[in-house]
Design a protein around this ligand. Structure first.
Ligand code: ADP
Ligand code: MG
Length: 320
């Protein structure tokens, strides 16, 4: 069934819930919001284009999830609590089945974080999805990229390289993005690519602890490079400490998994710096959130990201 623009918007509006701080939601020329006193608004936007950011055959529910996940990941990296946002849709055609499936994935993640859709735009064109997301963070407590201090530990959450490993498997024809994989490890990697988990609760817990943070979307060494550059310091990473999943190691091999962990993208884990005095607090946070955090290196004087054991094998000297 093909929908007129109004019917399509109505179909999305019917799925979005309210919130006390939404004075006026979808349906007027602009939404009206009541931000929390004593807080800053964190604002981010990310676009996913078909064929560029996801394979064209990706299921609409998975596209819906990921469209929001990449934005919530940016809020997590700022230590912000997700609040509201807009959705700009460019669609080649307006099929009710597609919209409903997209909404299933999108609102599953939105509802899990009490994030509310408060407006957007709908146009006809190549498939492209763009979210602008707003979060709130107590004044002065945002996790920025420019606060890393010499002597800080460098940490990452979860495991890295799983999504890149899944993409390799897909590119090699060994994995389908539309059908579950028969092998449990392949399926885990596939889920990590299609349904990344934004580390929102970790970002909030890191307020007052992390000196700098970034979400890993372009690869660990590249994203850590942003912290180093903005903070005016160097990062020293021990490649052997970078956490890979056993699934990635088993499916693509240990060396390839390690390479994916260092330079693959689409992880949506957090990389952050914190003084060594915070190690115990971080262990408690990790236990409370049932999420591993791993110390992978140290902030030192200088510039760029140094990863000596990778240098021996893959030839990076200096990744800045
Ligand atoms: P206008 O022409 O004034 O920009 P539209 O007709 O584009 O308004 O949109 C009507 C209402 O529907 C607005 O409140 C807008 O924010 C909302 N809207 C449009 N597209 C979407 C979408 N994809 N998701 C959520 N809300 C949308
Ligand atoms: Mg208008």
């Amino acid at each position: 069934m093909s929908l007129a623009e109004f019917a399509l918007i109505e179909r999305i509006r019917a799925r979005s819930k309210g919130r006390d701080d939404i004075v006026l939601g979808i349906g007027d020329d602009a939404a009206l919001l009541q931000p929390l006193a004593g807080h800053w608004l964190a604002v981010t936007a990310d676009t996913l284009n078909s064929g560029v950011h996801f394979p064209p055959e990706t299921q609409p529910a998975d596209i819906g999830w990921k469209t929001l996940a990449v934005n919530l990941s940016d809020l997590a990296a700022m230590g912000a609590t997700p609040a509201w946002g807009t959705l700009a849709l460019s669609l080649p055609s307006a099929e009710a089945e597609w919209i409903d499936a997209f909404a299933d994935g999108f609102f599953a993640l939105a509802d899990a974080h009490d994030w509310r859709l408060i407006g957007g735009d709908t146009t006809r064109g190549p498939l492209s999805l763009s979210v602008t997301a707003f979060g709130q963070v107590p004044q002065g407590q945002a996790l920025r990229r420019d606060g890393a201090q010499v002597g800080d530990d460098i940490w990452v959450s979860g495991t890295l390289g799983d999504a890149a490993a899944a993409l390799q498997r897909w590119q090699g024809g060994a994995l389908s993005v539309t059908d579950p994989a028969a092998d449990a490890d392949d399926e885990l990697l596939r889920q990590r690519l299609l349904r990344p988990t934004p580390r929102v609760r970790l970002g909030i817990a890191l307020r007052g602890i992390a000196t700098a943070a970034v979400d890993v979307s372009d690869g660990l060494l590249a994203d850590l490079g942003h912290i180093a550059a903005r903070s005016g310091v160097a990062a020293h990473v021990d490649a052997a400490l970078v956490p890979c999943s056993t699934s990635a190691e088993r499916v693509i091999g240990r060396e390839a998994a390690r390479q994916c962990a260092l330079s693959g993208g689409d992880d949506y884990e957090l990389c952050f710096t914190a003084p060594p005095a915070c190690r115990e607090a971080l262990a408690e946070i990790a236990a409370r959130l049932s999420l591993t955090v791993t110390c992978i290196g140290r902030v030192v004087h200088g510039t760029g990201v140094h990863c000596p054991s990778a240098l021996a094998r893959q030839g990076y000297a200096h990744f800045s």
